[in-house]
Design a protein around this ligand. Structure first.
Ligand SMILES: [Zn+2]
Length: 77
């Protein structure tokens, strides 16, 4: 699973960071559709204290999930 690690001295969730990365990821994968099932992917950023947002994806199949997660990983690197 992809994760975003950020500076977070107080250990509290940061909605602004979540919103920013949600927009970035959304823009990057919005055009992607599973070739087999013709569906797009859904994702959510889930905070884990003290300083991580995990990118949780829900896809129609493991193959497409893996393609999209690779794309997200490249974007975040
Ligand atoms: Zn699929």
């Amino acid at each position: 699973m992809n994760k975003i690690v950020f500076q977070n001295p107080d250990g509290q969730p940061k909605p602004a960071i979540k919103q920013t990365y949600t927009s970035i990821i959304s823009a990057s994968i919005s055009e992607m559709k599973c070739e087999t099932h013709d569906k797009s992917i859904e994702f959510e950023l889930v905070f884990q204290a003290p300083n991580i947002y995990f990118v949780e994806t829900t896809a129609c199949c493991d193959e497409f999930k893996s393609i999209v997660e690779d794309q997200i990983a490249r974007m975040l690197s």
